[in-house]
Design a binder for this molecule. Structure first.
Ligand code: ADP
Ligand code: SF4
Length: 696
């Protein structure tokens, strides 16, 4: 299908200072967990987006000074020539695909823990960091200001020498330049505090110095949270005021909303923020500048993108998450391959990984972060050396679907994906029906479309296979992807035992699947949801049941409701949302006994108490559906006699994990089905810290 002419506007080149972007797709800076420690992964990750058509690809924050150190979170650094050499690899790889490379030069100011460097943080004023309340910075003296500015210039020169085309003077999410700009951080009474012009001075001077040093060679970009949506930054009017003051020094305005503690409002999840939501604020920047503007807002819909450009609000469509979920998004739009776009679901597992010191991972894109060390390209699949085999994949959840797709793309003779239920999807048949999680349905929808397209893959639903049926099936390779189920007896991490009275054959005790798939309705009006899982299921069920008219109390043995949602940046918003919906919440409590109409519980201080409830929903832990796999592996001789060469298992039936991990494991087995022993984790390529340049 050719591209819709309405989308032609997205493929116009855009000039930014001395450089030209080949189209209007711009992969903005975002964390990966690679930083400078894993330069080859950093390079290949960004280069894959360049290959997929993004006109620019950027690093995450690249720290300019030793007193800006977020260790153990991996950031890019540009302190010395070794850093330059490492980062040059990324520039070379991006250039090889026709993209510009950008570096987000940054200084964390008050928020930098400096656990590595062991030097004090520095900030406009001595106010304890709102991001890390264990950091109280030194109030910067004039010599500190001059030193950081000269670090910035040195880093800018190194960036140019490494090959970067776009160099940021990043203030973004309440980093140092924005700390100077914001009265929340800046209480100075000298030339750098007070009026907007004075608070802007540090940023303006730094911009001037950087422009003087490299402005003829590189485009100078500013990333700015134009509206903090909270105290830690500036409100829209001052944000626009700063754009007016700095406009003559800037080639590209990269604008967003939020701050370091309100990052949840910049990297907004689909539960709370719809596609393009940032335009409400960033759409106003055009009023004060004619320079190119890039904005973000989890945009994956090309019609919407074209409208935004045509409206004049922005010149470039920026993306972090949509470019992680599908690095080939621009190419797919360019070639009219709309049905192949793998849309971001807005779950923020990517952010959770990078922010917590893990390397990046993505629910939708199993190859994210594996481009170098495993050599995976999201669009390239080598024919399998055992492609003359038939594969039987049992269970069409995220793991089974993904595995079948990869096996199909690798040209296996026949792949049969067998599902016991009438519909494919596994847990994705019900998770997207939890309030606010509709976009998560894209995990299933994208895979359903791909499965349909693959001629060598057949999907058979409504068929439950047992060991005997597998033996008779006639496939040489068997993949068990039978998933997991919620424990019905209250088994939990605190006691490693069932809860007395927990029996889901009784009407007043329920599991998530019984409610979401089997239509079991809690008797009575008062429902307690007991959560030991700590992620999205208990809050989702609470909201659903309140919507159904029940009086709901969420009791959790964690110190906070849904602590894992803090990693995905949703925690505070989620708890406020549940409270506003009228859901009662108790933390640090264990339910010790369940009787009809009455629950016994213990709080975190060891005090026992009783709760009146007509029914209880148990969200305690999941258990793998591993029986079929274990039965098959019991009799290896019989397997061989039937011509079955290998039986593998993937996903939650190995151990219940995040959806992202089930997808990843399905993908991995598909990629490694012809490895010596795909059941064993293959060693992946290690990084060398200082790499040689590929080209000069
Ligand atoms: P994962 O996240 O690992 O993919 P899910 O629980 O989402 O796991 O999906 C597992 C799927 O496997 C479910 O749709 C389930 O109905 C299916 N399934 C489980 N046992 C069998 C079986 N014996 N035969 C066919 N399908 C099965
Ligand atoms: Fe989108 Fe989730 Fe992937 Fe992040 S992890 S890019 S939010 S699908």
């Amino acid at each position: 299908m050719p591209r819709d002419p309405r989308h032609d506007i997205l493929f116009e080149p855009v000039r930014i200072g001395p450089k030209t972007l080949r189209n209007r797709f711009y992969a903005v800076p975002h964390c990966t967990g690679f930083g400078s420690e894993k330069p080859a992964s950093q390079a290949r990750f960004r280069a894959t987006k360049a290959e997929g058509g993004w006109a620019a690809v950027c690093t995450e924050e690249a720290l300019v000074s030793v007193d800006s150190d977020f260790w153990p979170i991996f950031s890019t650094r540009i302190w010395d020539d070794d850093d330059l050499t490492n980062l040059a690899v990324m520039c070379d790889e991006a250039h090889a695909h026709g993209s510009l490379a950008g570096i987000e030069l940054a200084h964390g100011g008050a928020h930098a823990r400096s656990r590595d460097a062991r030097v004090p943080a520095v900030a406009p004023s001595q106010l304890t960091s709102d991001y890390d309340p264990f950091v109280t910075p030194k109030a910067m003296q004039l010599e500190d200001i001059r030193r950081v500015q000269s670090d910035w210039v040195a880093a800018a020169r190194r960036s140019r020498d490494a090959g970067f085309d776009i160099v940021y003077v990043y203030g973004g999410h309440s980093y140092l330049p924005l700390q100077f700009l914001s009265p929340f951080y800046n209480r100075r009474s000298d030339a750098y505090g007070g009026s907007l012009e004075s608070r802007a001075r540090f940023w303006l001077e730094t911009l001037e110095l950087v422009r003087e040093a490299i402005g003829d060679d590189c485009a100078i970009a500013v990333r700015l949270c134009i509206e903090a949506l909270g105290p830690a930054g500036v409100e829209l009017e001052e944000g626009l005021g700063f754009v007016g003051l700095a406009d003559h020094l800037v080639d590209l305005w990269d604008v967003n909303v939020g701050s370091i503690i309100e990052w949840s409002k910049d990297s907004g999840t689909s539960r709370f923020f719809s596609e393009g939501y940032q335009l409400e604020w960033t759409g106003r920047v055009r009023e004060v500048t004619a320079k190119p503007i890039v904005g973000v807002g989890r945009l994956t819909n090309p019609d919407r993108m074209a409208e935004i450009i045509a409206s004049g609000a922005w010149d470039l469509i920026g993306a972090a998450r949509p470019s992680i979920a599908d690095p080939f998004l621009p190419k797919k739009i360019e070639e009219g391959r709309y049905g192949e776009i793998r849309e971001c679901i807005g779950c923020n597992i990517c952010a959770a990984g990078a922010e917590y010191g893990n390397q990046i991972r993505c629910t939708q894109n199993a190859t994210a972060g594996e481009e170098f060390r495993r050599g995976w390209n999201p669009e390239r699949f080598e024919p399998a050396s055992n492609s003359d085999r038939d594969v039987l994949v049992i269970g069409a959840g995220p793991a089974g679907m993904e595995c079948a797709i990869v096996l199909g793309k690798r040209g296996m003779r026949r792949v049969h994906l067998i599902e016991a239920e009438p519909e494919i999807g596994g847990l994705m048949r019900w998770v997207p029906r939890l309030p606010g999680l509709g976009e998560w349905g894209r995990v299933l929808n994208w895979r359903a479309v791909q499965l349909q397209k693959l001629r060598n893959v057949e999907v058979i639903t409504g068929t439950r296979l047992d060991a005997a049926a597998v033996h008779q099936y006639g496939a040489e390779i068997v993949v068990v992807a039978t998933g997991a189920r919620w424990a019905g007896d209250g088994l939990n991490f605190l006691t490693h035992d069932p809860i007395p009275g927990a029996d889901t054959s009784l009407p007043h005790v329920l599991t998530p699947e019984q409610i979401m798939l089997e239509g079991k309705v809690p008797p009575g009006e008062r429902v307690v949801i007991f959560d030991a899982d700590g992620y999205f299921v208990a809050p989702g069920l609470a909201e659903k049941l309140v919507g159904d008219g029940f009086q709901v109390e969420l009791v959790t043995c964690h110190d906070l409701v849904s602590p894992l949602s803090d990693e995905t940046l949703e925690g505070p918003l989620l708890r406020q949302h549940l409270h506003a919906a009228g859901i009662g919440m108790r933390t640090g409590c264990l339910i010790t006994d369940i009787q009809p109409g009455n629950l016994k519980a213990k709080d975190h201080l060891g005090e026992f108490f009783e709760l009146e409830a007509d029914s209880v929903v148990l969200v305690t832990q999941r258990l793998s559906n591993e029986r079929l796999f274990l039965e098959l592996r019991e009799d290896e001789e019989a397997l061989r006699a039937e011509g079955i060469e290998a039986v593998y298992r993937i996903g939650d039936c190995v151990a219940p994990r995040l959806i992202a991990e089930a997808v990843f494991e399905g993908h991995r087995l598909g990629r490694e089905i012809d490895a010596d022993d795909p059941a064993l984790p293959l060693p992946y390529k290690r990084e060398r810290l200082v790499l040689e340049r590929v080209t000069t």
